[in-house]
Ligand binder design. Sequence first.
Ligand SMILES: N[C@@H](CCC(=O)N[C@@H](CS)C(=O)NCC(=O)O)C(=O)O
Length: 217
Amino acid sequence: MARAVLTISSKNYSSWSLRGWLLCKLAGLDVEEQRVSIDDPDNRAELLLLSPSVLVPRLTHEDASVWDTLAIAEYLHEVFPDVAMLPADRIARAHCRSISGEIHSGFHNLRSALPMNLKARHRNFKVFAGAKPDIERIETIWGECLTRYGGPFLFGEPTVADAMFAPVATRFLTYNVSLQPASQAYCDAIMAWEPMIEWIAAAKAEPEEVEELDVEF
Ligand SMILES: N[C@@H](CCC(=O)N[C@@H](CS)C(=O)NCC(=O)O)C(=O)O
């Protein structure tokens, strides 16, 4: 059987690639990484041909082609039912799906004002006022989960929700966003999570730089 392939782009800049990759790690699925170079349009066009959304991540596994992170999460949950990608409890599972959906479809101001950039550190970053409600909502989501399920991850042990929110934790670190102690502890747990350590080390070794995202704000 052919090895599963995960198509991703930059490890430093692509938050959706990180989410897809973390989901595969959570599932325990060993994937071959197919990298779409951010500065090679031909290579990119060819590799993305099979992803109708022309977006990454895309997973191919045993003749199935799955794109879009939430679809990948649900696919992996279905294929690996013994791995706790979602909480065992029905009510917690509904909660996990809801907040994963919320990060998937929302927080546009946060995304554009604080783009993921794992190599960067901006000590005196002034957060755009429009992104503040997003940050407040994220802290509320995290606070409720950590209180209800006891941490250190949102539902105790790592789940789909942590894969979805991990790039937010890195943004808070990159842009030195001041957080409540519980949110800060969650960010620390994400940064100490073994797959995150692996991904960040690879991101730091990447040569590509996108000038617009590397300016000092
Ligand atoms: N909703 C999609 C979002 C995917 C997405 O926006 N991916 C970005 C990478 S971070 C992308 O492929 N952008 C096109 C590009 O880089 O040209 C998902 O959940 O997978």
